[in-house]
Design a protein around this ligand. Structure first.
Ligand SMILES: CC(C)[C@H](C(=O)O)[C@@H](O)C(=O)O
Ligand code: SF4
Length: 435
């Protein structure tokens, strides 16, 4: 079969290619292999309220001698406010003003403080599709790999260059492929799969590689569950975290991109070169990442009984309706345990409204939880909901580094929403299979 993209003839008869090689070939305008350096055309660029200001500054620096200071293509850039929203400091408010002005002047799509976390809003609003090369000035941009895109985090100065030129240099990454077979046991979720994989290969296990997730266990996952897996590719050092598009992806995209047509080309060819890791998750236990590293992963049975002060259900990793529904169903009419704070933050306005319509917000408020409007919240310790000295937090987010959620003297454990819910009922880390 021969495929033509942007005038380049990319043969799939000859050497088998990985999906990353295919995407970079399209982006570079010639057939390229892993290890090659390419100047690639960017399909979509995302920035937010933390890294955006520096990108804008850098952009004007690059353009200082130009009369017309226009970005390369405003329709391909998205600016979102999510880390410090609603503005939690004067500094944040000033940053929002500056970015709003820049977006308006340039004609760039701008989601304001009420819309939600970047990595939820980008796919939700149809800004990503299979085969795209996407960059974002945020490390968890790898999340959109769940849609079959090559999507990766870059720094603010690189983003400035993208704003100016629409291009960026890359080394085409090699591929590390995780083939995950089996059926998830009850109360075990995609978060447990990705924590298990990270614990197995370690925080550097996929360094500068394109992680690919495949196999029957991955194929069975919903889009929301797939996003959790791709989101955490960076926690194993991955440059991207790709799941090939299939019927599930197609259904998700058809709702969001009216002219979207499924293209079977965007997958790794059989026999394409990769480092292969195989798993069977049929007997996987719920997993917990323990302080202070994401790869310090243990089965929940090894840490159950650990007292917690705060439980945070949210973030771009596990803040969707499906995640919050797991919590609502597991808690039923039970109250949050005494001496524990349960903080629930849906990842976007859309997800929030689904939670609202399902009646779960009332249920959580009755139970003594707090439900906040969509944002990153305490996920990276920059906003509200922080942990104090000596406090222990359990979170459905993606990082637990020292001080991540507040005090450097606090401790953060990471788990699935089910484990978080079970723990909210008891006040200590609890195996959801026992509730
Ligand atoms: C603020 C941003 C640069 C950061 C990131 O890159 O990931 C944040 O989103 C995080 O999760 O730590
Ligand atoms: S929710 Fe957390 S991980 Fe996701 S973008 Fe915000 S701070 Fe980063």
């Amino acid at each position: 079969m021969n495929k033509h993209y942007a005038g380049i003839n990319m043969s799939t008869n000859n050497e088998p290619m990985t999906i990353s090689e295919k995407i970079f070939s399209k982006a570079a305008g010639k057939t390229v292999k892993a290890g090659e350096f390419v100047l690639a055309d960017i399909d979509r660029a995302m920035t937010h309220d933390i890294t955006g200001p520096l990108a804008v500054e850098g952009f004007y620096e690059i353009m200082r001698d130009k009369e017309e200071k226009k970005v390369w293509d405003p329709s391909k850039i998205v600016i979102l406010f999510d880390h410090q929203v609603p503005a939690d400091s004067l500094n944040a408010a000033q940053n929002h003003i500056m970015l709003r002005k820049f977006a308006k002047e340039q004609g760039i799509i701008n989601y304001d403080v009420y819309e939600g976390v970047c990595h939820q809003v980008m796919p939700e609003k149809g800004h990503v599709k299979p085969g795209d090369l996407v960059v974002g000035s945020d490390s968890h941009t790898c999340a959109y790999g769940s849609l079959g895109a090559f999507s990766t985090g870059i720094g603010s100065t690189d983003m400035a260059a993208v704003f100016a030129s629409g291009k960026l240099w890359f080394k085409v990454p090699e591929t590390i492929r995780f083939e995950v077979e089996g059926k998830l046991p009850e109360h075990v979720y995609s978060k447990d799969i990705i924590l298990h994989l990270i614990g197995d290969v370690g925080a550097e296990g996929a360094r500068y590689k394109a992680a690919e997730y495949a196999g029957s266990a991955i194929e069975a996952l919903s889009m929301s569950e797939r996003m959790t897996i791709s989101n955490m590719a960076i926690e194993m050092g991955g440059k991207a975290g790709i799941i090939e598009a299939d019927k599930t992806t197609e259904a998700y995209l058809k709702e969001r991109i009216p002219d979207y047509e499924f293209d079977p080309y965007w997958k790794s060819d059989e026999g394409a070169e990769c480092e292969l890791h195989k798993y069977d998750i049929s007997n996987l236990e719920p997993q917990v990442a323990c302080p202070h590293n994401v790869d310090n992963v243990k089965p929940v049975t090894e840490v159950e009984g650990t007292k917690v002060d705060q439980i945070f259900v949210g973030s771009c990793t596990n803040g969707r309706f499906e995640d919050i529904e797991v919590v609502a169903k597991m808690m039923g009419d039970e109250p949050v345990a005494k001496d524990v704070r349960l903080l629930i933050i849906p990842a976007s306005r859309t997800e929030y409204m689904k939670v609202l319509r399902a009646g779960y917000i009332e249920q959580f408020m009755e139970a003594g939880a707090m439900v906040e409007s969509p944002c990153c919240g305490p996920c990276m310790g920059g906003s509200f909901g922080l942990l104090g000295d000596g406090e222990v937090g359990l979170a459905t987010s993606n990082r637990n580094f020292k001080g991540r959620e507040g005090s450097p003297q606090s401790f953060v454990y990471l788990s699935s929403p089910a484990t978080a819910a079970a723990s909210a009922l008891t006040g200590e880390i609890t195996d959801p299979r026992k509730i």
